[in-house]
Design a protein around this ligand. Sequence first.
Ligand code: FEO
Ligand code: CA
Ligand code: CA
Length: 672
Amino acid sequence: MNRERIINSPELGNKAEAYEAFDDIPTNPHLRRTIGDVINARYGRRDVLRGMLGVTASTALLSTSALIAPRAAQAGTTSNYRFEELAAGNDETHHVAPGYEAQILLRWGDPILAHAPDFDVMNQSAAAQLGQFGYNNDFIGFVPLNDAGTRGLLCVNHEYTNEEVMFPGLGRQDRADFAGMTRELIDIEMAAHGGSIVEVAKRADGHWTVIRDGAMNRRITPLDTPMVLSGPAAGHARMKTSDDPEGRNVIGTLNNCAGGMTPWGTWLMAEENFHGYFWSDVLDADGRPDVSTHADTVSKKRYGVPGRWYAWGKEYRRFNIDHEPNGPNKFGWVVEVDPKDPTSTPIKRTALGRFRHEGAETIVSADGRLVVYMGDDNRFDYQYKYVSDQPVSDVASENSGLLDQGTLYVARFDADGTVAWLPLVHGTGPLTAENGFASQADVLIDTRLAADALGATPMDRPEDAQPRGDGTAYIMLTNNRRRTTPNAANPRTTSHFGHIIEIKEDDGNHAAPKGRWSILVKCGDPAIAEVGAQWHPGTSTDGWFASPDNCAFDADGRLWVATDQGSRWGKTGKSDGLYALETKGAARGTSRLFFRCPVGGELCGPCFTDDGETLFLAVQHPGTDGTKNLPGFARASTFEDPATRWPDFDPQMPPRPSIVVVTKQGGGKIAH
Ligand code: FEO
Ligand code: CA
Ligand code: CA
């Protein structure tokens, strides 16, 4: 499809929506067997109709309007979460369940370093932004600094920027080939990406506050933060650039989406849509970057490099593949940061593979090793996990090699309910020099190509994945509109709403080479038969959701799911939000709404403190996605004319991505 047609489509209200539509075209050429096909094979329509499935499977699968319960009916369902459900909807502000407080803790532009100036949105500068909280907060980690957990460090990813609502008078730049993007604006964008480490404390009155001059406060950005590469791909010829002849150094990190924390207290920042930051002036007849003359054309095409969604490559050669063809190979990794040492150098851990890393959630396996679950967020891409060779030590400094020495696996979901984890190891199976993989570095730099060769299962966009200590993991599959072949168990010819898969690893051991999989829920409105949703009948009209994305467990091992419908929230009429989703007992598959975003925002983060009394949430890009669907507004947002000015509601201030902290009125554990 012609790039200009997508960019100029009147249906797409901002650059992020156009970007999403552009990425709707999968790069995986190996689409023989999608997860939908496997589900179809596993749970055939005839089996469902004849009642041949076991109780669990049929409960998980049946979907009719008769299964949707009015809210009153929930009283009869024993829930593991105790709170009064919030009413779904979409308007200019956030909402939380009755009896809870949602306080704005940190906003884009809030100064977090001692020297940083107060935010002045009309006169923003890169120098100011480098000391201020960044844009589009996504992952949140919490590192306690005292035994009570009342002081700690928030580790927050800043995924991307929305120039049309950040900068006065600028408007959409993708439609103008970024002509308005000056070096200063580019530098501000770069300084607003990356991550923030911010000390926070709980006051005696139960409210949280930011410690502006906290000794460990730090900004990490793609503008100015030196990083090193470690693991098998570090130093490889394909990692070398003119400013780094050793192939072991890189400035910054890109598009940090979800992430994770390690058992030893470090922060894993996942690099997701890195391809969009690379530029080329060499275009094909459709206006798309033409990489046919590159030495690694197949690899670049498989990764969608360069995406050309930011103008940084016009100013910085390291983001321009016409000058630095290896530049993109330094991104798409998982970055480890020690948040307690503000002078530490972040490390890109190449052993965890290179792809559009959504997250990197960790768990210690039953045999003591570190396991990291990671999705590759693209239509028809894969689910991965990494297992360290050595066990996790109680001594933090002894764990520095765990993310360099280990095995990366990709998942194959078989029709008999087995998930097989296929090792991405050079010399194993097809991963040989004859097939283009001369070393483990090649396997890792081209993780996607290696996974293609192994016959991994193409999925419906793997977002966050969350492991639990009992050998279980939940995989968020957000949607896949590109499914064209209807099938019995997944009858939607396009999956607008996504689903969640549960994995139970063999012997409860997350390091196991295989396990069993099943579907926990299929998302969307269960009252509309054509949607094909599957929920426990105790789920109310407010409780069902679409497009699961980030997720978290609370201190009691209960699952919470955050949604990102993008511009498609118009199909549900609901804003994005946070849902309590039962995974155990008779109520398994029941979902209830706890918090919802202001219009155009996506919910990220969710992060509970260990005492279960505090929940940190990240509201990303408020006022942007799908605002044409908002009755009474019905147009795309701009800086001057946004659908909401959340959270300040100051007529001079655009919407600001912000961290919200939720506590129970009068104190106590959340949902108890
Ligand atoms: Fe950045 Fe896949 O969400
Ligand atoms: Ca996400
Ligand atoms: Ca998302």
